[in-house]
Design a protein around this ligand. Structure first.
Ligand code: GEM
Ligand code: ZN
Length: 379
């Protein structure tokens, strides 16, 4: 039996894989960082292995991972075809995470959440550019030399709103790019009335993956040099956070009327948003727009809620290195961090897949409807 992770977004370290009922693995830290939680590896059985044996896989350093509460009621995902990912029996004893599976086939992948590969990313952005309303732009390169790619969808014109979306600042939060796939697919759908009407009212600047280096490296939270991009927005540099620096520079040229930054949350089994209530300039207009956005999204999908989420920031105490806070303050715009769960939506659980790539994509489509509902109110 072989365990490997030498592939796009792979992350595991083999401690001992000599016994199928006691496989001991560790998750690697992000480069130049102490963060770790994302895992993605392949288990390949060899002809000499006994068939139909329950494999017991221990991630032995889970107890010291970045968000230990994320392992409570968490189930790992597995796939035989790398397309369809299903939840597998998983237990956490406070120290190690244990995954159990009697594989149906010789080769099976395991991951923290459905991976979104760099090749799929390239396919998505290049498929998008075929649409007459979409231009694929490269803002510059990351520290590992990958493109920082942006989709400009629609045309600027007097009176049109300027809407920015970013995703996967935290590369292990792959649900963010699944969300983007659903959002972009719908926005470019020439048969979709909401999309067509929205493009008459707004122009979109979309970065589907803010952190391609961290994605390919199998990081949880940082870029190639260990920078947490969602703590770089106050003073980014080309040396440490070119991804943020280049996006910010373009934002300053275009302006921003609405900003959505798409993430995943390890612990809370809900979809929720985090707003700008702690920003120095936060006012009643900002609050009214946030409340209207949330109320509408709640009205169109039971996948969203506003009861559970992060603690609210005290007035004037927001962390201005965070994208949503910096953009909301800089442009006096409606700005949200949108969070999806690594676990499931506890209000509408699906015991076979949990929260999934497909549900993330569908939420992206519902957020597009919400953006349409809000677009005339933004200024
Ligand atoms: C979070 S967003 C930052 C916290 N925001 C508020 N308002 N409490 C982060 O970057 O830690 C997003 C994430 O990691 O998913
Ligand atoms: Zn995040």
């Amino acid at each position: 039996m072989q365990i490997s992770s030498n592939f796009d977004s792979g992350n595991i370290r083999v401690i001992d894989a000599s016994q199928a009922n006691n496989i001991q693995l560790e998750i690697n830290k992000d480069n130049e960082s102490d963060f770790y939680q994302w895992f993605h590896f392949k288990l390949q059985q060899t002809p000499s292995d006994n068939e139909n044996v329950e494999h017991v896989i221990h991630l032995t350093n889970a107890g010291n991972s970045a968000y230990v509460e994320g392992w409570e009621d968490y189930h790992a995902v597995a796939s035989y075809d790398r397309e369809h990912w299903f939840r597998v029996p998983t237990e956490f004893d406070g120290d190690k995470l244990t995954i159990k599976l009697t594989p149906d086939y010789d080769s099976v992948y395991f991951a923290y959440f459905a991976p979104y590969s760099y090749e799929r990313h390239q396919d998505m952005i290049h498929g998008a550019q075929l649409h007459m309303d979409c231009k694929l732009q490269v803002l510059g390169q990351t520290l590992d030399g990958r493109d920082i790619s942006l989709l400009k969808i629609g045309e600027e014109a007097q009176g049109k709103k300027i809407i920015w979306l970013t995703a996967r600042q935290h590369p292990g939060e792959t649900m963010a790019e699944w969300f983007m796939e659903g959002f972009i697919d719908r926005l470019l759908d020439e048969d979709d009335g909401v999309a067509r009407a929205l493009l008459n009212k707004a122009v979109f600047y979309i970065v589907p993956n803010m952190n391609p280096d961290g994605s390919v490296r199998g990081h949880l939270r940082t870029n190639a040099c260990g920078a947490n991009l969602n703590r770089e927005w106050q003073s980014p540099t080309m040396e440490r956070s070119p991804e943020v620096y280049l996006v910010r520079e373009l934002m300053k040229k275009t302006g921003v009327d609405l900003f959505l930054d798409i993430h995943g949350d390890e612990a809370l089994p809900y979809n929720f948003v985090a707003g700008c209530e702690g920003n120095p300039s936060y006012n009643e207009r900002n609050k009214a727009l946030e409340d209207q956005f949330k109320a509408f999204l709640i009205s169109i999908t039971p996948e969203f809620q506003d009861e559970k989420g992060y603690d609210k920031d005290e007035p004037g105490k927001a962390n201005m290195t965070v994208a949503t806070n910096w953009v909301g303050e800089q442009f006096d715009s409606l700005a949200f961090t949108i969070e999806m769960p690594f676990k499931d939506n506890a209000l509408l659980p699906d015991y076979s897949v949990g929260w999934s790539d497909e549900r993330s994509s569908l939420l992206g489509r519902d957020v597009l409807t919400t953006v349409y509902h809000m677009v005339d109110e933004l200024r």
